[in-house]
Ligand binder design. Structure first.
Ligand code: GDP
Ligand code: MG
Length: 160
């Protein structure tokens, strides 16, 4: 979708990012949030919760046939997680770059999974894989009134 910044229109997109229970337990919430902030992205929704199996099965429904599906739901349902919505230009694709590959061992140093993880079953963070997934996941995890529209004073120094 497109949004206005001052008198300009810029293409911005929203992304669903979730710090998984291992990221929370290992005290990585601050550094993870900082990596999105320092890039120039804007946080417009954040909450801590213990996700139900129901929401996780819906969230990961495309993986329901995978042999690791049960382990995956079990891992994330241990909670708590930090669910977030981030906004900014190209946030879905750039979010994947900030996060790294699915397997931390394939992830470049400098990415979240590349810097902090060792195993695919403990890969610290979720980020949507497409704009369509992001919209679906934001609607699944957040109510409309939990998303905060605010003007970041840095906007004019992040966007030309
Ligand atoms: P992502 O988009 O990079 O998170 O990867 P996928 O959408 O393919 O998989 C979703 C999540 O399932 C991953 O982030 C992992 O937590 C988990 N997962 C994927 N593949 C495996 C696997 O081979 N084994 C285990 N244990 N978990 C996996
Ligand atoms: Mg995925």
């Amino acid at each position: 979708q497109s949004k206005s910044f001052g008198n300009r229109k810029a293409l911005t997109i929203e992304n669903f990012i979730m710090i998984k229970p291992d990221g929370v337990q290992r005290g990585l919430c601050g550094v993870i949030i900082k990596r999105f902030e320092r890039k120039g992205y804007k946080l417009i929704g954040l909450k801590m919760l213990n996700p139900t199996e129901e929401i996780l099965k819906e969230h990961y429904k495309d993986l329901a046939d995978k042999p690791f599906f049960k382990k995956l739901v079990n891992y994330i349902s241990q909670g708590p997680v930090i669910a977030m919505v981030w906004e900014g230009v190209d946030i879905v694709k750039q979010g994947r770059r900030i996060i790294g590959e699915t397997n931390p061992l394939d992830s470049a140093v400098g990415t979240i999974r590349g810097d902090f993880g060792l195993e695919v079953g403990r890969n610290i963070i979720h980020g949507s894989d497409s704009v369509a997934s992001a919209n679906r996941e934001i609607n699944l995890w957040f109510k409309a009134d939990e998303l905060i529209q605010w003007k970041n004073h840095s906007t004019e120094w992040i966007y030309e």
